[in-house]
Design a protein around this ligand. Structure first.
Ligand code: BGC
Length: 772
């Protein structure tokens, strides 16, 4: 799987780095033998042969109470968050900066496409590149803790921060987050997945309580956090909101019981900015660091007040040691002591290579929703183009707002990118289309042009949720008027997440480019003209109208407390369960080529796994990438939503090329949160699996029975008879995996018979000896 390949890359990079370090040490040792005096001066915790835990303990033993307190709250400084260096003990400063979209609010950085666009690439290698780019710019700026990624789930389409996250599905979010975190931390930048937990809207975020049942919390909202922790994220940011009426940053249940005990998180929990509400309750409830903090005497909760609480015994001294240890361990782990950052906040971080990467990710994240023979555009056969919309010209919608906003001084507006790519032979006209006269002008130009490209969109930011999913400022009407006069109208949407698209049937081509970052115009031109063959898929479902939504009507104020009444039926799960045909389903996206799926083969359960293999072929006339998606139906009667994403792979295929793909399902993918034991259970019964090009475009299916929850034998897997290739008498021969499966089955049966015969023999022997 792609994810494995990436892990292997990262691991091998770390290995190479480690080898180089060892080599460097050997050279250093052989040329400069330290004097007895300098050896004595090297503090014990600087011995790199010790484990991060041992080093943290050695250092902790030297720290005074005041020094410990200074490590658990922020102070003023040049970064978003600052823990000053301790020069007496040689502890480097902790420099924290937002965030999920790149280095926020600092000059000379790269404005990346929004994370929702990254998720739309369904490409963990893209996520690795995204993390690497942010990590490198963090290094240049001296940032050693990144306040991201943002891994809250898109539950309500109008929520203000949806663009910062990875969509409505926990499996996709987890995969993208892990790849990004591994890349970041591979460069020595500590990641801070946020906001823990159930911070899925802005409305009332400071006081609102998210009321979520435990099974839903585990199966949906905790999944990306669980994966991030398995990927060794060094810090986690707790959220502003309450959970079951207790603030997230002093919530013993979600911090101590779930995050630290159940999920085994070893790093530190920092509060969101101003999300600390107490001293003793927060310290005992699991918070390890108050941010942004302030001077120690400021009346902040983890300054003088925490010191007094330690002195009075209201907070045990061991708890403070635990907080500090949790900060120090990731610092040692990620090399903050051994390779301190040398970058400065004012240094330039953006490079040409970064800009290229930003363009590539933006293009790879652009979803082709609809295309009736209009795209790609061919300049050789075009005589004129008109580009319409403020987002195409003077007000490009390239980045979202709030703490994640990246200053994008070098934005390429769509008009510029398209004009340049169209070349001098194709005149490109432009109209803003934002008021009466300018709309008339746009319509007139559209009438005269070969192709009309209309940019529509909406701004979104932290701090507020959109009140409606309707595109603002009459943009729906603009699209309709253009489409009425030009049969080759292409709509490009710069949106943070879902919007309503009542004109879908009236236009032949639609693209979602999200917030594409500074390479906006170049990226969209590359997709429009076919330099990039679109290969993105929706990480969220687009509905026909708001009455289809699982969450509260967008015209109602979002509830407070927020009742997660839809439970497990978040996003596409809801539409599947309620038989609603959405406008564009989760996982949907077109290409300029076509793909064929065949020869599904299932093997297992055996040795804790089920293998799913199939052939995917590029049957069109262009090289391109397909995102093969695997959805699982649990045995009936458990209350599990139908068709849950449990695997995906992105596959680049040349024209005519076929590749065999294999998915592996383990207990991780096949268990549900069993409230009766407060744990994960693999249920027995029949699982159905569907493989397809979206959650609604299923090409092949099969089923298998789980008889033993440990996924051991017997083998029961069957492709569906609905698989045309499996059913056809003249179908191509089964794939090797299938044959292996059959061979496995025969061997198991033979071994089983042998065992039974031997056992019979033994019991006969025993019986014989007893009767003797
Ligand atoms: C946001 C966090 C951000 C912090 C620091 C808060 O308003 O919720 O995501 O990291 O500010 O800028």
């Amino acid at each position: 799987m792609t994810r494995r390949r990436i892990t292997a890359h990262v691991t091998s990079r770390i290995r190479i780095a480690a080898l180089l370090t060892v080599a460097a040490c050997v050279i250093a040792v052989s040329t400069t033998v330290p004097s007895a005096q300098s050896r004595a001066q090297t503090p014990s915790w600087m011995d790199p042969t010790l484990s991060p835990q041992e080093r943290a303990d050695l250092l902790l033993a030297e720290m005074t109470l005041d020094e410990k307190i200074a490590m658990v709250h922020g102070a003023p400084g040049v970064y978003t968050g600052n823990i000053p260096a301790n020069t007496r003990l040689g502890i480097p400063s902790i420099n924290m900066q937002d965030g999920p979209v790149g280095i926020a609010r600092m000059p000379q950085v790269t404005a990346l496409p929004a994370p929702i666009a990254l998720a739309a690439s369904w490409d963990t290698e893209m996520a690795q590149q995204y993390g690497t780019l942010i990590g490198e710019e963090a290094q240049s700026k001296g940032v050693n803790v990144l306040l991201g990624p943002m891994i809250n789930i898109v539950r309500a389409p109008q929520a203000g921060r949806n663009f910062e996250g990875f969509g409505e599905d926990p499996y996709l979010s987890a995969a993208i987050a892990v790849a990004e975190i591994e890349a970041l931390q591979g460069l020595g930048v500590i990641a801070t997945p946020k906001h823990y937990v159930n911070n899925e809207q802005e409305h009332g975020r400071g006081q609102g309580s998210s009321q979520v049942d435990e099974r839903t919390r585990h199966e949906i909202y905790l999944q990306p956090f669980r994966a991030a922790i398995e990927a060794d994220a060094g810090a986690v940011m707790c959220a502003y909101n309450k959970i079951d009426d207790v603030y997230a940053c002093e919530n013993d249940h979600v911090l101590n019981e779930i995050l630290k005990d159940e999920l085994g998180f070893q790093g530190w929990v920092m509060s969101d900015w101003g999300a600390t509400h107490s001293t003793v309750a927060a310290a005992l409830g699991g918070l390890d660091m108050e941010m942004p903090g302030g001077e120690v005497t400021d009346g902040i909760f983890f300054g003088t007040q925490l010191k007094e609480a330690i002195e009075s015994g209201a907070v045990p001294a061991e708890r403070l040691d635990d907080m500090v240890r949790r900060v120090l361990i990731p610092m040692f782990q990620m090399g903050l002591f051994d390779n301190p950052m040398t970058g400065k906040h004012y240094s330039a971080a953006r490079t040409d290579a970064h800009v290229q990467t930003a363009r590539e990710i933006a293009a790879q994240g652009t979803v082709l929703l609809k295309n009736e023979d209009v795209l790609p555009l061919d300049p050789a056969s075009l005589t004129s183009i008109v580009v319409i919309g403020t987002a195409a010209g003077k007000e490009p919608l390239s980045v979202g707002g709030g703490s994640a906003e990246v200053i994008s001084a070098m934005v390429v507006p769509p008009l510029e990118g398209i004009t340049e790519r169209a070349g001098s032979g194709v005149p490109v006209d432009y109209a803003q289309g934002d008021d009466g006269a300018s709309i008339d002008e746009a319509v007139q130009l559209a009438e005269q042009s070969d192709v009309a490209i209309v940019f529509v969109g909406v701004y979104s930011s932290e701090g507020w949720d959109r009140e409606t999913l309707v595109l603002p400022e009459g943009q729906d009407e603009l699209v309709r008027r253009i489409a009425a006069v030009n049969p080759r109208t292409v709509v490009v949407m710069n949106v943070p997440a879902q919007v309503l698209m009542p004109w879908t049937d009236e236009v032949p081509a639609i693209l979602v480019a999200w917030y594409p970052g500074q390479e906006n115009g170049n990226a969209i031109a590359s997709v429009l003209f076919g330099d990039t063959n679109p290969a993105a898929r929706l990480p969220v479902t687009f509905v026909n109208n708001t009455s289809e939504l699982p969450t509260v009507d967008v015209n109602e104020p979002m509830g407070n407390p927020v009742h997660y009444d839809e439970g497990l039926l978040v996003g596409y799960r809801w539409y599947n369960a309620n038989d609603v045909e959405p406008l564009f389903p989760f996982g949907h996206g077109l290409s300029y080529t076509t793909f064929d799926y065949a020869h599904l083969a299932l093997t297992g359960p055996a040795e804790g796994q089920v293998q799913v293999a199939l052939d995917v072929a590029n049957t069109g006339s262009r090289a391109g990438a397909e995102v093969v998606q695997l959805y699982v139906d649990f045995p009936p009667g458990l209350g599990e939503p139908p068709g849950q994403l449990k695997g995906f792979q992105k596959l680049y295929l040349d024209v005519g090329e076929t590749e065999v793909l294999t998915f592996t399902l383990t207990a991780d993918e096949l268990s549900y949160w069993d409230t009766s034991i407060s744990g994960w259970t693999v249920p027995t019964g029949t699982f159905q699996i569907d493989v397809g090009a979206s959650s609604r475009d299923i090409r092949l299916g099969g089923s298998f029975d789980v008889i033993n929850p440990d996924l051991s034998a017997p083998l029961t897997a069957q492709p569906d008879t609905t698989d045309p290739d499996a059913a056809q008498p003249d179908a191509a021969p089964p794939t090797a995996t299938y044959l292996l499966g059959l061979a496995g089955l025969l061997i198991l049966v033979a071994v089983g018979m042998l065992i039974i015969r031997r056992k019979k023999g033994q019991s006969q022997d025993q019986g014989d000896s007893r009767t003797a």
